[in-house]
Design a protein. Sequence first.
Length: 466
Amino acid sequence: MLWTTALGLWGLPRQHSLWRDEAATWQVALRDTADIWHLLGQVDAVHGLYYLLMHVLFTCFGPGTATLRLPSVLAMAVAAACVTAIGARLAGRWAGLGAGLALGLLPAVQSYLQEGRPYALVAAGAGISTLLLVTQLTDRARTSRWAAYGSTILLCGLLNWLSLLTLPAHALTLALSRAGRGTWARWSVASAVAVAGTAPLVLFSHRQSAQISWIPPLTWHMLIGPAVLVGVGCLGALADRARISHPGRLSLSAVGLPLLAVPHLGLVLLSLVKPLFLDRYVLFSQLGLALLVGAGLGAGVRAVRPRFPRTAPLVLPVVLAVAVAALLPYSLAKRAPASRVDDVFAVAGRVERLKRDGNAVLFVPAARRDTALVSPGAFAGLRDIALAEGPVESGTLKGVEAEPGRIRAAILRERRILLVTDAPKVARPVSGRRDRAKRDVLEKYFTAVADEWVRGRRVTVYERTA
């Protein structure tokens, strides 16, 4: 836990940068509870529980990058503790310690270890539920543990219903462990309760599926990364299976390999129906990879011990040091502002420097209004001339803009306008009647007198030519 927490605290502010996904969390967390409920009825219901949690934290501790990201750091530390406990129980202390230390170094985990989004919290829940399952299978079963197991699965499902993919992974673990009928029955009841509790959210969020229409359809090259991960995991599984002398004994590979492979396979199958394939949706599967890495490290210690008993305890520290050194460039990159597609705070600073009182501001696309929502002070004195209804009032993330004709007329009444948009390298083609109207009028009747790009976003100042 200390190791993972230290990795998470390292570079936590990312030089006071904030990217678009975290900006969504930030602006929603600042709203009143009633306004959050209003929003969830229109969009982002799948993240409702997380938004309410962050609202409480922002109310208690104030908005800031530490308040935004620290829950993810602590959650992943909990996940690391669970991985350590599972590994130690099933394969010995070196395997457990290796698995726990490896988790925070995995590239996918480092990407979301400091993220102001719910993925690390789901990983913590997956770790807790898996530890509870393993404890039930290796110790005297207790009804209270099954209740805790079902509650944890339910909580994870409410944070992100794709976390229910842990259930088929756990089912495969039960099959590999040759669990008895009683165990299967109790697991089925706990799982059914969790699924039933999550079902309303799944059905309701399906009505909001348009918000993920940007996810591309599944292609073969998307499967290369998961295939490599599963291949690496299989090596750890082979090392673990070689250690097992009793076929009926629960092995670390019987827990780790399903947790790694099954969620990815499930996400692939779902993506054949509706494009959903984003690795962060199954970040919790990295716990399985960490367990298998721990199995391999434990096997390495056991292989060295007979011939070099004094050297064996150094295997893990040496491997850890080599891994840290090899991953250092990646770790530094992930803690830099450039690691994300854009920086909402940076562009707000440019707006504050370029603006003049009484100027107008436009956003293309409208989602770039998040800059003003998280940094209202930088936009003080500017008039958002395209906005018809604010985000809070409309229960949306970006507000409701006026019809193209009204936007065109509003632009023509201005002498100086600031346009906030994406930098060319990350910008998508302008689409939508409103955005095309903005571009057409600016290009025809205005001249760009200043144009600055900063960390994935762009501010252009236009002045009327006629």
